[in-house]
Write a protein that binds this ligand. Structure first.
Ligand SMILES: Nc1ncnc2c1ncn2[C@@H]1O[C@H](COP(=O)(O)OP(=O)(O)O)[C@@H](O)[C@H]1O
Ligand SMILES: [Mg+2]
Length: 321
């Protein structure tokens, strides 16, 4: 059996005074496509940065592809949440992708020899060879996402961390990006963490959901995680889940929660959130080995939720699932 793609064992992540994850354990199997959701500020970006070795855990251990986390892990491709590229507008698609290899030569004619082949391979995988010669300034948001994904694929990563790739894309482009990532993920047999503040665009693509909130994490299928008990616990407030015409709406006090959280933030800020269900998910077509938390901590292993000293929740009768 191959090593899991990601293992968190009783991990606590803190930023300054804020505790974002509190004693969280979970395992992501190789070849899984995981949607990462949770309210704004829940720690989606911080988790990805921790997997890159940029945020050391206050407690616990993180492993990626069977090894302790290290900075600059060659097998991880990362698309950061903030991706403004004003200086790149004049570059053509191929040189923009090549910048990820040769950033110091930004703006000059970059792609030569080996680099050029690697860049063209990445462009081909994402179906963007036709964009190679076009200036970035002329491309749509969806086309730029295609190039950003090509950048992430340089170096042949086994794990992709994509932080909010759907931000500021219209719904058609969102669907296109999700389908593209799914296709590439399957074709290459790699693992993907894809954060988003809306679940619905991801519903038909993801194997499982990792939902963060309130210092906890729930990992499971949509049916397991997107449920009122699990989400109420993650939000620290009563949550309703409504399903309508193949879509899922997570509601708090009659208001759809991701609309509330993200109403003002589509300009490259953060985002997040949603509803779902959880459960055991052993039925995907991949080789998950996971799902059992190595942690001896509280709570079940297939759906690991971090503890939090929230007595109010306990009073409301919300328990670990
Ligand atoms: N360097 C920092 N020091 C203190 N707090 C930070 C720092 N960076 C981010 N934060 C805060 O930590 C929280 C988690 O941020 P983030 O991981 O970006 O959440 P998400 O991606 O889920 O929206 C946010 O409230 C953010 O403002
Ligand atoms: Mg974020």
């Amino acid at each position: 059996m191959t090593d899991p793609a990601i293992e968190l064992n009783r991990v606590t992540l803190e930023l300054g005074p804020r505790r974002l994850l509190d004693d969280v354990s979970f395992t992501v199997g190789n070849g899984e496509f995981i949607g990462v959701l949770g309210p704004n500020g829940a720690g989606k970006t911080t988790l990805m940065r921790a997997l890159l070795g940029l945020v050391p855990p206050a407690h616990g251990t993180l492993r990626v592809l069977g090894q302790p986390v290290t900075r600059g892990h060659a097998a991880i491709g990362y698309m950061p949440q903030v991706r403004s590229t004003p200086a790149a507008q004049r570059l053509c698609g191929r040189d923009f992708v090549a910048c990820a290899v040769d950033g110091h030569r930004w703006g000059i004619t970059l792609a030569r020899g080996r680099t050029r082949r690697a860049v063209d391979d990445a462009l081909a995988i994402v179906g963007a060879l036709a964009l190679a010669g076009r200036p970035l300034a002329e491309l749509s948001g969806g086309e730029r996402q295609r190039l950003l994904l090509a950048q992430c694929l340089l170096g042949q990563p086994r794990l992709l961390l994509l932080d909010e790739p759907l931000i500021s894309l219209d719904p058609n482009h969102q669907a296109g990006v999700v389908e593209l990532v799914r296709r590439v993920q399957r074709q290459l047999g790699i693992t993907v963490l894809f954060s988003a503040h809306e679940l619905n665009p991801l519903l038909n693509a993801i194997d499982r959901v990792l939902y963060l909130g309130n210092g906890r994490a729930a990992l499971g299928t949509v049916d397991e995680v997107i449920t009122p008990p699990v989400l109420s616990r993650l939000y620290g407030a009563p949550i309703d889940v409504m399903r309508l015409a193949g879509r899922i709406f997570v509601m708090s006090g009659g208001v759809e929660i991701d609309k509330r959280d993200h109403a003002h933030e589509d300009d490259g800020g953060h985002s997040h959130s949603h509803s779902h269900s959880h459960s055991h998910s052993h039925s995907h077509s991949h080789s998950h080995s996971y799902q059992h938390s190595a942690a001896p901590g509280p709570g079940p292993d297939h759906l690991s939720m971090a503890r939090q000293p929230d007595h109010a929740l306990a009073r409301r009768g919300i328990h670990d699932v």
